[in-house]
Write a protein that binds this ligand. Sequence first.
Ligand SMILES: [Fe+2]
Ligand SMILES: [Fe+2]
Length: 253
Amino acid sequence: MSAAPFAPASAPPAAVASEPVASEQVVPRPDYGSAAYGEAYSRINALVIVGEAMADRHFRRLARLLPHDHDELRRLGAMEGRHAADFVRCGRQLGVKPDLALARHLLAPLQQQFDACEAAGDVVGCLTLQCLIIECFAVAAYRTYLPVADPYAAAITAAVLQGEDAHLGYGEQWLRQRLVLVREPLERCCRQAVPAALSLLERLRADLEALAIAPLELLAEFVACFQQALEAIGYTPRQARLLVARLAGAALA
Ligand SMILES: [Fe+2]
Ligand SMILES: [Fe+2]
């Protein structure tokens, strides 16, 4: 992390239009056809495509770990595969080639953590990583992107968001039924994965800002979503608030 995480970029994206969304709130729209937008989009779009494909694989592997829910988990994985294809089309629509190699490199720590949990038979870790942390990060990213997306991507993103809520719901339900047993492995998983996920915001800060996505707003959405998820699985509001504060604080230190 730099000394001033999520500080505004020195050159904000050139807004070509604005759309009022509330009485006093105006959302600036970037120039979707500019070279600067396309450059940044090649990295953010790639991260989304590789992240969705990774989620597809994770749900297929969870289906093997949890045979009782095999069909449901395969269904959720297939949704992720469709999300990946949807976002490939968003890039094509803008004439942008996604930087998939960079995205695979950036997501490798999360992939390796899932691999390690699976190898150790740590089902709680696998579920926490995919269904809580990665899904909350995706929800936060898509909620923040939606108001500034180009019209083609906005329609896709709105539909994808509904799917991510279902994935989050599966993890919340499974973990809630076993909270006493899962609390320790869940928090152990979070201590490694939350900083790894949040480090992406700093790594891609300039690209996010070129797309008119405020990294700080994305972080705030993640914190809110993750706290809500912890409460949904049985943490008290105070316990959830403190855990999220500790994790976010460690990530930003
Ligand atoms: Fe997805
Ligand atoms: Fe998902």
